[in-house]
Design a protein around this ligand. Structure first.
Ligand SMILES: [Zn+2]
Ligand SMILES: [Zn+2]
Length: 243
C-alpha cells in the first residue's frame, strides 16, 4: 500500500513551523501527489490563524507557488474546531466555501460561541479528569455536537477522533459512513487508534492517514499509520489517500 496524499499539515499561519512553500517542498520530496495546508481556525486559542481571511491569503500564496511545484497538487483547507453543542465551528461559511478541504476536530481550547456554551460545554470539557459522571455526560455531548457538525457543514475529515475530547467512536463512525466523512488515523499524535480502525471496518466508514505535521520534516510521515492498518487488515480501497 502506498499513500499519495497528506491531507493534514500546519504552517506558520497557525502553530506550524514551516511556510506553505516548505510544506509543499517536503511533500514533493516524499513523492506525494497531493498535500493540503490545513491550519487551525481563528477560534482556537493560541494556535489558530489570526483571522478567517488568513485562509484566503494562504490560498493566494499556494496559487502563486503552483508553478514552482508542478508535480504536486496543493489544496488549501482548514482544521476547524467545534465550538458549541449544536455543532457550530470557528469559520464563517463565506470562507468555508472557498476552501478545498474541511477538517473538523474536537480541541479543548477555543473561544466558545457564547456565554451559555462556555458554561455548559467548553468549561465542563476542561474539567473531565475530575469526574467520571462528567466524562460520560460530555462524551455524549461531544458526540452529538460533532455529528451535528458533519450534517451542517461539508466536512471531509474528522481529525484525531476521541483524542483531545471523548466521543462515542461507534456512533460517530456510523454518522461518518452516512455522510461520507472520513475518520482520521493521525500519525502526529501517539494514542490508541485501534478502536477507530475496528469501528470503520465494522460500519463501513472511510479512513484517511494523515501526518498532522507541525514541521515540514514530518509532512508525509505515515509509518505508524500504515503499520496499524496493515496489522488490522483494513481494506486499502477504504483509505481515501491510499493506492
Ligand atoms: Zn487537531
Ligand atoms: Zn492538526
Amino acid at each position: 500500500m502506498k499513500l499519495f496524499a497528506d491531507y493534514h499539515t500546519h504552517t506558520k499561519y497557525s502553530d506550524g513551523q514551516g511556510t506553505p512553500a516548505q510544506n509543499i517542498d517536503a511533500a514533493s520530496k516524499r513523492g506525494l501527489k497531493e498535500v493540503a495546508l490545513t491550519d487551525h481556525g481563528p477560534g482556537s486559542i493560541g494556535i489558530g490563524v489570526a483571522k478567517p481571511e488568513t485562509f484566503i491569503t494562504i490560498k493566494e500564496e499556494a496559487v502563486a507557488l503552483a508553478s514552482l511545484f508542478p508535480d504536486i497538487k496543493v489544496l488549501v483547507g482548514a482544521e476547524a474546531a467545534v465550538i458549541s453543542r449544536d455543532g457550530s465551528i470557528d469559520l464563517p461559511s463565506s470562507i468555508i466555501k472557498q476552501l478545498d478541504l474541511l477538517i473538523v476536530g474536537h480541541h479543548p481550547y477555543y473561544i466558545p460561541e457564547n456565554l451559555k456554551e462556555a458554561l455548559f460545554y467548553t468549561l465542563p470539557n476542561l474539567g473531565l479528569r475530575f469526574s467520571r459522571n462528567l466524562q460520560e455526560k460530555m462524551r455524549n455531548a461531544n458526540t452529538k455536537a460533532i455529528i451535528e457538525t458533519i450534517h451542517i457543514y461539508p466536512v471531509d475529515i474528522i481529525s484525531h477522533p476521541d483524542l483531545m475530547l471523548p466521543v462515542d467512536i461507534n456512533e460517530l463512525t456510523r454518522a461518518c459512513t452516512k455522510m461520507e466523512t472520513a475518520l482520521e488515523i493521525n500519525t502526529g499524535h501517539n494514542y490508541n487508534k485501534e478502536e477507530i480502525v475496528h469501528a470503520a471496518a465494522r460500519w463501513g466508514a472511510k479512513l484517511v492517514i494523515n501526518s498532522d505535521a507541525h514541521s515540514p520534516k514530518n509532512v508525509g510521515e505515515f509509518t505508524s499509520g500504515l503499520a496499524l492498518v496493515k496489522r488490522l487488515r483494513f481494506p486499502v480501497e477504504m483509505i481515501i489517500n491510499a493506492l
